[in-house]
Design a protein around this ligand. Structure first.
Ligand code: 2AM
Ligand code: CA
Length: 268
């Protein structure tokens, strides 16, 4: 029998400890490198934090699998067994430029089914947490069930760059979406943006391209809070691939899909 209470206790302890080390790192200089392009950044703290999680998980749970952004985990090609999906720092650009607005993201799945999700806003000391079937919480307080919001009163997160430059969607429809809602925001951490949808601080989040570690925990949170999370064309998310992402309360999700996204001329 899997002891989920113990796994939850360990995950929370490791996240709190990693957060403390990251906060202390603010007074030291960072070592910054680039990955796939000059704006794809990684620091020694991303790598050290991932290594800390991997060492802790392997010591205590040697039969669990780990899918991590910095690649020190396992080559995960299937979701069989218990899989930890980890982004040690989601929002690395914010971490480097602002020392805020970034998060530790940990999602735990069993045979592809959501179990536990954590998004820890390190500088605000806010832990968003969800457990399958038990709801979503922020710092231990249960989140209110998600409220629907009419389009014209909705605050949604989108990234300005892909609103004006993308290969898949009719730009005029996206601009029309952005101007039909009450307001748009962009926080630069997908995990936090999904946590904000789960907690009602945002009514929607749309983005073109996220890796499993960017949304692995957020998917659990949004769904436990009563929201819907799919690709931008309404398809289920694939936890082993890059996906486009669209999260919102159910009725708003359906309306935006229908009115702005699901059009054959928009492509896939
Ligand atoms: P990161 O900071 O962990 O790299 C920025 O809008 C958000 O998108 C962040 O959550 C960032 O995660 C993620 N992101 C940035 N570039 C990405 C890429 N090429 N593929 C997938 N996710 C990306
Ligand atoms: Ca990251």
């Amino acid at each position: 029998m899997v002891n989920w209470t113990e796994i939850d206790r360990d995950a929370k302890r490791w996240i709190a400890e990693a957060g403390e080390v990251i906060r202390r790192s603010f007074s030291h200089s960072l070592s910054i490198q680039t990955k796939s392009n000059p704006n794809d950044l990684v620091t020694n703290m991303d790598k050290e934090t991932e290594r800390y999680f991997i060492a802790s998980i392997r010591r205590k749970y040697p039969d669990h699998f780990i899918l991590g952004e910095e690649g020190n985990g396992d080559q995960v090609t299937s979701l069989e067994g218990i899989v930890w999906i980890i982004d040690p720092i989601d929002g690395t650009m914010n971490f480097i430029h602002q020392q805020r607005h970034f998060a530790i993201s940990v999602g735990i799945y069993e045979n592809g089914e959501a179990r536990l999700g954590y998004i820890y806003d390190v500088t605000r000391d806010e832990l968003y947490f969800a457990e399958r079937g038990k709801g979503a919480f922020m710092n231990g307080v249960q989140l209110q069930p998600l409220k629907e919001m009419p389009l014209e009163k909705a605050l949604i997160a989108v990234n300005a760059t892909w609103l004006v430059k993308n290969a898949y969607f009719d730009q005029s429809k996206l601009v029309s979406l952005a101007t039909s809602v009450r307001g748009t925001r962009s926080y630069g951490s997908a995990a936090l943006e999904l946590a904000y949808v789960a907690s009602g601080r945002l009514n929607g989040y749309l983005t073109m391209r996220l890796a499993p570690w960017d949304f692995g925990a957020g998917k659990i949170l949004v769904e436990e809070a009563g929201g819907v999370i799919t690709t931008l064309t309404g398809a289920p998310l694939d936890l082993l691939q890059i996906n486009s992402i669209f999260a919102a309360p159910p009725a708003l999700h359906a309306k935006i899909l229908d009115q702005f996204l699901l059009d054959r001329s928009n492509g896939k």
